[in-house]
Design a protein around this ligand. Structure first.
Ligand SMILES: [Zn+2]
Length: 57
């Protein structure tokens, strides 16, 4: 596992070691979603864009 910090509230976010780029992890504290980026063995996270589900017409 890798320890990262939430970009919003700075809480620790645990990410599995075998996580892959594009996976979404959610902060346990504030619920903010982060998109994982893996370069070599370096894992970083960025704020994930909010997904708007507008299916109903
Ligand atoms: Zn957070």
């Amino acid at each position: 596992m890798s320890d990262l910090s939430c970009l919003v509230c700075r809480s620790d976010i645990e990410v599995e070691a075998q996580v892959t780029t594009g996976e979404i992890v959610e902060c346990d504290s504030c619920g903010q979603e982060h998109e994982v980026q893996v370069e070599s063995s370096l894992i970083s996270i960025a704020l994930a864009p909010e997904i708007e589900e507008t299916w109903g017409e």
